[in-house]
Design a protein around this ligand. Structure first.
Ligand SMILES: C[S@@+](CC[C@H](N)C(=O)[O-])C[C@H]1O[C@@H](n2cnc3c(N)ncnc32)[C@H](O)[C@@H]1O
Length: 405
């Protein structure tokens, strides 16, 4: 039985998600109906979706699609949603004792809000089960057995079962030290995947904060599943549909893909001793302390550690100067990055930066004989940002690809 699935992710990295899903054995297509942040695929059975949700590093959620259709933007759209949700035989997914709730993400202009969609859809589920089996299904708003999602984007409505649950996949479960401006782990993984980095090549994050980018790189190098540290935190575990399966055993089997002995060449530094201490705690918790070196260092001093041309990838999230710190300091940090990239990157090296201020880099790049080879328009929290892949001018014709899962 082929099942249609919808993966949600950050706007702008859909093509990177497709590459990762292909490596995990799933045929996927980005932005069906032109919708940002949505990637579609087919799996052979629902259990494969659970496995992909567990392993992926670039998705937020995975939904098993049960119905979809067009809805009006006017108040009558709620009736359309009711009909779509009621067309599903929910008794296949819920035992009489199971609890459920509906969550909705809505984007675009509508004469109704997400809570209206949730209320209407919840009623449709209850009415359908009442009609078919004569009992009233119980609603539970926190930690239900079945989380139904009804997402409406423009005039498109997708109804499915959420396999990930309340906390999306960027919550990896290894962060014990919280940096005030930490990068979301899904965006960090996407930056690494698009950099073409391989574990035997030197990677540096000279403004590493709590170490997210390097920890993600180390876990990728060791082929550790994205869900490894949140094993108990997946909605699919409580789905009545899977009640005969032992997910502890299954996850153990899926984990055999990991190779904890792999050592990658990873270096992280930050001007703040407090953040480096926090990054070390996070790396310890993520079981990758053996493969990342840490220093308290001003990025301007990176050439004291790395010789000219010795670094293959700098992957970095400099300060944006928006939530904390001054704009002038953030601008100076961007200038420094271009300077150190020119100094330490190898001929085929890459500087991958996520920034709210691409114009600061664009001004300096030509002067430093660098060029932008790719750009992705993403959301960093609720801030629009860009991921830029920058390289030396003379190597700009070389191909890029994804080597890690
Ligand atoms: C946006 S934060 C990085 C957050 C990090 N990606 C994480 O996930 O925790 C930017 C970091 O740049 C550091 N920084 C700013 N200027 C620096 C400089 N000249 N040299 C080294 N680090 C610097 C700050 O201390 C801050 O931790």
């Amino acid at each position: 039985m082929a099942c249609k699935v919808l993966f949600t992710t950050s706007r702008g990295i859909e093509d990177i998600v497709v590459q990762e899903l292909n490596l995990l054995g799933i045929e996927a297509k980005p932005r069906l109906f032109g919708l940002d942040g949505w990637v579609w695929g087919f799996v052979d059975q629902p259990l494969t979706l659970a496995q992909v949700c567990y392993q992926s590093r670039t998705i937020y959620r995975g939904l098993l699609v049960l119905a979809e259709g067009e809805v009006r933007r006017t108040q009558e759209g709620l009736q359309d949603i009711y009909e779509i949700v009621k067309s599903i035989d929910w008794t296949e997914w819920m035992t009489p004792e199971a609890t459920f709730c509906v969550r909705s993400n809505r984007s675009g202009r509508h004469h109704y809000q997400s809570p209206d969609i949730e209320r209407t859809s919840g009623q449709a589920v209850i009415d359908k089960i009442l009609e078919l089996k004569g009992h009233r299904q119980k609603v539970k708003l926190a930690n239900p057995d079945v989380m139904v999602r009804v997402d409406v984007t423009g005039e498109r409505c997708v109804v499915g079962i959420d396999f990930v649950g309340e906390e999306a996949m960027q919550r990896r479960g290894y962060r014990v030290y919280d940096h005030p401006a930490a990068i979301n782990a899904v965006l960090a993984a996407a930056m690494i995947l698009t950099s073409d980095w391989k574990p035997e090549e030197q990677m540096v994050d000279p403004m590493c904060g709590s170490g997210t980018i390097l920890i993600e790189a180390a876990l990728m190098a060791k082929k550790v599943a994205g869900g490894f540290f949140r094993k108990d935190n997946f909605a699919f575990r409580s789905l009545p549909y899977f009640s005969s399966l032992n997910f502890d055993d299954l996850m153990h089997e899926w984990d055999t893909k990991a190779d904890w002995n792999v050592k990658a060449k990873l270096f992280g530094s930050d001007i703040s001793p407090k953040h480096i201490a926090g990054a070390k705690l996070n790396a310890e918790r993520a079981l990758v302390y053996d493969t990342i070196s840490w220093e308290v260092l001003d990025a301007a001093e990176l050439t004291k550690i790395f010789a000219k041309g010795s670094v293959r990838c700098i992957i970095v999230n400099p300060p944006f100067g928006v939530r904390s710190g001054s704009v002038a300091k953030a601008k100076e940090a961007h200038r420094l990055l271009i300077q150190v990239a020119g100094d330490v990157l190898s001929e085929d090296g890459r500087l991958v930066v996520i920034t709210h201020h691409p114009e600061w880099l664009e001004m300096l790049i030509p002067v430093a004989d660098l060029t932008i080879s790719k750009r992705f328009h993403v959301l960093h929290g609720d801030l629009p940002a860009e991921i830029l892949v920058i390289r030396r001018k003379e190597s700009s014709s070389q191909s890029m690809g994804v080597h890690l899962t």
